[in-house]
Design a binder for this molecule. Structure first.
Ligand SMILES: [Zn+2]
Length: 60
């Protein structure tokens, strides 16, 4: 069975064969469901502050 990853930015499941994989210099492997998530990651956005991300934490 192919491994299913969750998007490192929005938390959605990444279908095997779709999305993109990004390896950091420290060896950490990140998976992104779409270029949208990858772009936001490259922009340095924090998923915890991004309302459409599953990692978003609503501020009180
Ligand atoms: Zn995503």
């Amino acid at each position: 069975m192919p491994k299913v990853y969750s998007c490192s930015f929005c938390g959605k499941q990444v279908e095997p064969g779709s999305g993109l994989t990004y390896v950091l210099r420290n060896g950490t492997i990140l998976h992104f469901c779409s270029s949208k998530c990858f772009k936001n990651f490259k922009l340095g956005r924090d998923p915890k502050k991004t309302p459409w991300s599953a990692y978003y934490v609503a501020r009180k």
